[in-house]
Write a protein that binds this ligand. Structure first.
Ligand SMILES: Nc1ncnc2c1ncn2[C@@H]1O[C@H](COP(=O)(O)OP(=O)(O)OP(=O)(O)O)[C@@H](O)[C@H]1O
Ligand SMILES: [Mg+2]
Length: 673
């Protein structure tokens, strides 16, 4: 089928019949201000400024992004937010949907649903508002259909059965004509298909209010027009309230919009009203001469031959003119009238319908997504496995049967250290190379009310567990038998068990480091020096009794240290040493060390001497202590990682609580002024 034909059969408004009745919801906002949080109100600056008062003057002042904007989006209409790049369109959409960035505050203003003032959380979690963001994040290895199934399982009303949810997914796919590519993974989709997938994720939940940020950018005019027609049908036929941000609309796209909301530099409102009112306002009141409203938008976009001051001047004049215009007064009166009718049944009814999925259901579907994503990503998984086996075999060849040679003690220590370094670093880096992005998506989905951070974190730990058993099992087995460490099953099994514990502790460290950063590069570059320091402090390279006291503290949180020490004790104290002494190499070894061969040590004394020789505090009595410490670090790192992610997901509430700043929480409902 040709591209044009494919496009032409994309959306026919008549095809879009609503299967469910929609609650009619009006979204309005009044006197909304958004500004960046004063840098002095961050946790760190508060602490630092109280410690170093002289720096206080240098703290950055907050920056206003939106000032005094008021608007009203009604059922059955499309409200188009317009304005040049950087005027605050996305910020307004974020504020309306309850997704403002943590560093932004709302010093005044309210957002109402049917005239009732709402908090950020209520708007996010009520299910009334569906928000397709300017930049959506997807798990690229999921197929389009799987992505929608996951959304359906956690975002639709609790009374629906799984089959009903799946059939809703099918309908939505058909509605947006995505059938052809529903089995494609998201990274195989075209830009237009991804846009439609973002819309499908919003349409799926059948919200009453649709907020869509730039649905048409980056699409050819034909596809852009079809998407606008779909949105128009949603508004008109399904009685939805729709707010879209559009850049450079064609005149036919423009015709589909009912209300124009214009923002200009400094986040000021320059107009709200119908297209006819807009033309009248710009021509009669502002004395501009555009032939059409889009012509006026073009004028605002500062053509290259106009200087910046002149451009700012025109925009300021228009915004001033609007502030005292009849349209602005009429809008305020409309909202005031809505407030007198406002009641919160709209929220409570929907909240009853949209009960959070149970904890078990949340974990189950999060795990489903992780495993499906893994199977889709089998090439990568196989590659990681293959690389690990090859690397381990290379080490195995280098150390081949060296643990049975004359200098076996040094070789056994080297093999133990190599196993520790391989296990800890590989386990930590596997986590660091995926979790920063997963956490970012997890926090975003948590904001949409799909699952709790605890369910998310539990699913992450459970999902990683099979890998953290397989990995050390493979590495340790290969190295163990190739290097000829010992040939008793009991020693081998303890070697594997400790390897599994070390791998899990290392992954907990990885989770902890990854929890701070939202980029993979950031997480890896911050953790490399720390992991390197831990490696040096393992006890293999230097005698830890002689390092500075400050560094010794780090030794006690080094997984390498406890892991290496445990392997040493296992090798030289428990069971194995008996074997060592019974084989001929021990005699070689005894002969090779003067102070040992010149005395007639008992076996027990020989063991303890080797242990002391191998490193500090390597004493058989500490085996249980070392294992306990590894387990304790495992638990502590996971708890800390969970708390950091939880904090990141709830940062603005923590800030509000600590600094008593009023953000978009809007708990104190201000009367309209
Ligand atoms: N979290 C934030 N912290 C600091 N500044 C921000 C933040 N979010 C947005 N801004 C700033 O606010 C201004 C408005 O940004 P916004 O993304 O809302 O613009 P926009 O109108 O959507 O632009 P575009 O059309 O390019 O998408 C920009 O100058 C931007 O740098
Ligand atoms: Mg934007």
């Amino acid at each position: 089928m040709s591209e044009t034909n494919e496009h032409s059969r994309l959306i026919l408004p008549s095809e879009l019949s609503s299967s469910t009745s929609t609650t009619e919801v009006t979204l309005s906002w009044s006197n909304l201000y958004v500004e960046t949080r004063d840098s002095g109100s961050s946790c760190w600056s508060s602490i630092s400024s109280s410690c170093f008062r002289r720096h206080k003057k240098k703290q950055e002042k907050s920056r206003i992004i939106l000032q005094d904007v008021t608007g009203n989006a009604r059922t059955g209409q499309i409200l188009a937010i317009m304005g040049t790049s950087g005027v605050g369109k996305t910020t307004l959409m974020n504020a309306l949907s309850g997704h403002l960035g943590d560093n932004l505050v709302v010093p005044s203003g309210n957002v109402y649903l049917n005239g009732f003032p709402t908090t950020d959380t209520e708007r996010r979690k009520s299910g009334h508002i569906g928000y397709a963001e300017q930049q959506e994040f997807f798990i690229d290895t999921m197929s389009l259909e799987e992505h929608l199934i996951f959304q359906a399982m956690l975002r639709l009303p609790s009374e629906l059965t799984d089959d009903e949810r799946r059939s809703r997914v099918k309908n939505t796919i058909a509605q947006l004509h995505l059938n052809k590519c529903m089995k494609n993974t998201i990274n195989q989709l075209s830009g237009g298909e991804k846009k439609r997938l973002a819309l499908a994720s919003v349409f799926l939940t059948e919200p009453s209010v649709l907020l869509i940020d730039e649905p048409t950018s980056g699409l050819d005019s034909y596809l852009a027009m079809h998407i606008m027609r779909t949105i128009h049908s949603m508004a008109f036929e399904q009685r939805k309230t729709v707010i879209v941000v559009i850049h450079q609309p064609t005149s036919s796209m423009f015709d589909l919009c009912d209300i124009i909301f214009l923002l200009v530099k400094g986040g000021r409102q320059a107009f709200y009203g119908t297209k006819d009112e807009a033309l009248e306002f710009f021509i009669k009141q502002c004395h501009l001469s555009p032939s059409s409203i889009d012509g006026f938008i073009e004028q605002l976009a500062a053509p290259p031959n106009r200087n910046v001051d002149e451009d700012t001047n025109i925009q300021t004049q228009v915004a001033d003119q609007y502030a005292s215009s009849e349209q602005a007064v009429a809008l305020k009166e409309t909202i005031e009238h809505q407030l007198t009718l406002g009641n919160n049944t709209i929220l409570t009814d929907r909240m009853k319908l949209f009960k959070n999925p149970t904890f078990g259901r949340q974990v189950k579907w999060l795990l489903w997504r992780s495993f499906v994503s893994d199977t889709r990503n089998s090439v990568r998984t196989t590659f990681v496995l293959f690389r690990t086996v090859v690397l381990t075999c290379i080490f195995g060849i280098v150390y081949f049967q060296l643990c049975r040679s004359g200098h076996f003690m040094q070789n056994v220590n080297a093999v133990s250290f190599t196993v520790v370094a391989l296990t800890v670093n590989a386990s930590a880096y596997v986590i660091l190379s995926t979790m920063p992005i997963n956490n970012k998506i997890g926090i975003r989905e948590n904001h949409r009310g799909m699952f709790s951070i605890l369910a998310y974190y539990v699913s992450v730990v459970v999902h990683d567990f099979p890998m953290l058993i397989t990995f050390p099992l493979l590495v340790n087995t290969i190295i163990y038998w190739m290097s000829g460490m010992d040939n008793t099953w009991s020693h081998y099994l303890s070697f594997i068990a400790v390897g599994i514990l070390v791998s899990n502790t290392a992954s907990a460290y990885g989770q902890f480091f990854a929890s701070f950063s939202s980029t993979i590069e950031g997480a890896i570059s911050a953790s490399v020096p720390i992991l390197q320091t831990f490696t040096i402090l393992s006890g293999f390279f230097l005698s830890l009794t002689h390092i500075p006291t400050a560094l010794r503290v780090l030794q006690y949180i080094s997984p390498h240290y406890y892991a290496y020490t445990t392997f040493m004790i296992l090798e030289w104290k428990t069971g194995s040493i008996t074997h060592q002494l019974n084989c001929s190499r021990s005699e070689n070894y005894l002969e090779s060390i003067n102070q040992v061969s010149s005395y007639n040590y008992s076996r027990a004394e020989f063991c303890s001497r080797i242990l002391r020789h191998s490193g500090d505090n390597i004493d058989g009595r500490y085996l249980a202590f070392n294992i306990l410490m590894l387990a304790l670090l495992f638990v502590t790192c996971h708890i800390l990682a969970f708390l950091v992610i939880f904090y990141r997901a709830n940062r603005r509430y923590v800030f509000d609580f600590l600094f008593k700043s009023k953000t978009s929480l809007m708990t104190d409902y201000k009367p309209f002024t």
